[in-house]
Design a protein around this ligand. Structure first.
Ligand code: ATP
Ligand code: MN
Ligand code: MN
Length: 383
């Protein structure tokens, strides 16, 4: 037991974008719990609850030391009643009962599996669950009509659910650079998304492409995509042209958090490169079976043995010489490039908070296209 006076009190800004972000997390037990509930809310299309849990998790991650007592949290922003209840549960019992029951729930497991398919969002997954589809096998047997993205997502399911490494992101960066150099000299490629924030792995790789001469970037995306396609780098691609022109009519207007740049959601076919091979010395190759089995030696039930052989089969399948990787390409004119880099660097919560701060504290509007002073203009120049 420690006395009230010994307990460290924290002072933290209520806007995530005003806090120093760090890779050191002293409260991962709490942020894991809150993030899982955020994820579950998002999977259930409860965006408000999702944001509340994301804010609470980001706040706990920003604290300089480990929280050991609820009294340390007095006066902190971003912690709603529900988040405080979850934190209290973890501090007192080591785990949150709500998190544990969510993890075990049939619905959560199914939502995770189904939205793990590229092209499947919370709404589609919910519809399938209501039709009794809880896993990939049931989906395949159901005869559901899948769109092109979903077919591709299902085909490359394991690869796309395997985190992308920084080395793979860099290898893809070189390919993208080569593609833009081949179709328009002087074009620039910037790595954005989580890798630009220093993350070591990601669910995809995000790139922003521009050209130093305004206007030269027009028509660049189809040429880049055609080059990549001709070289056999693309397993799937869907290009959406920039939506400035259609935006006045309404229907083509994207959701408020989406920008209007020309973009390409794709799946790359990445040949496993030298970086990856060299990390695995050759003589280890014939030890594969043992290496795969060793961590599971305690397996003593049929179910565990079955799991084991499945792992081994997956390991064998991974000997193929390429893997599928999700890649997002965005093209921006140089005049908007700075805002585009900022907007595509993330995290999603950071972007949201930055825009909230600009609006509420500075009376300005920030987007991936520009920053406006609301007191200087009475209309939004990009619409
Ligand atoms: P991960 O490492 O898991 O990929 P990430 O932070 O890179 O994490 P992404 O989903 O790739 O996450 O998104 C990267 C950034 O791009 C986010 O900041 C997001 O705001 C922005 N972004 C993603 N999709 C869109 C979109 N359709 N319109 C505008 N911005 C988007
Ligand atoms: Mn990303
Ligand atoms: Mn992305």
């Amino acid at each position: 037991q420690i006395s009230e006076a010994e307990v460290a009190l924290f002072s933290v800004s209520s806007y995530a974008c005003q806090r120093r972000t760090t890779l050191d997390n002293h409260n991962s037990n709490l942020t894991d719990a809150l993030s899982l509930l955020a994820e579950n809310a998002e999977l259930n299309n409860e965006d408000g609850r999702g944001v509340a849990f994301r804010r609470a998790a980001a706040l706990m991650k920003a604290l300089p030391t480990q929280v050991i007592s609820m009294s340390q949290l007095r006066g902190l922003p971003c912690l709603g009643e529900h988040s405080l209840r979850v934190i209290k549960d973890v501090l007192e019992n080591g785990v949150s009962s709500e998190v544990e029951s969510t993890k075990q729930s049939k619905r959560y497991k199914a939502l995770k599996i189904l939205t793990g398919i590229f092209g499947v969002g919370a709404k589609t997954a919910d519809r399938w669950i209501r039709e009794g589809i809880y896993n990939l096998e049931q989906l395949r047997d159901s005869g559901q009509t899948l769109n092109r993205a979903q077919k591709s997502g299902l085909e490359h399911y394991d690869d796309l659910n395997e985190p992308v490494t920084k080395a793979e992101a860099d290898a893809i960066g070189e390919i993208v650079q080569k593609a833009v150099d081949s179709v328009l000299t002087g074009s620039q490629v910037a790595l954005t998304g989580g890798f630009r924030r220093g993350k070591l792995t990601g669910h995809d790789v995000d790139f922003l492409i521009t050209h130093p001469e305004e206007g030269k970037e027009v028509g660049l995306m189809p040429k880049v995509v055609a080059w990549l396609e001709s070289q056999g780098f693309l397993l799937y691609q869907k290009t959406t042209r920039n939506s400035y022109l259609e935006s006045k009519d309404g229907p083509a207007r994207p959701a408020s958090n989406m920008d209007r740049f020309e973009r390409c959601f794709s799946i790359f076919k990445l040949t496993k490169g030298k970086e990856q091979e060299s990390t695995q010395p050759e003589e280890q190759n014939d030890l594969k079976t043992k290496d795969v089995l060793r961590p599971h030696m305690q397996a003593d039930t049929d179910q565990q043995l079955c799991e084991l052989s499945k792992n081994y089969q997956m390991e064998a399948a991974s000997h193929k010489i390429w893997r599928a990787v999700r890649v997002d390409l965005v093209v921006s004119p140089i005049s908007q490039f700075a805002f585009a880099v900022l907007g595509w660097t993330g995290s999603k919560l950071f972007e949201r908070e930055l825009r909230r701060w600009a609006g509420h504290e500075k009376n300005m509007s920030l987007s991936s296209h520009a920053l406006f002073d609301n007191t200087q203009l009475c209309f939004h120049p990009v619409s």
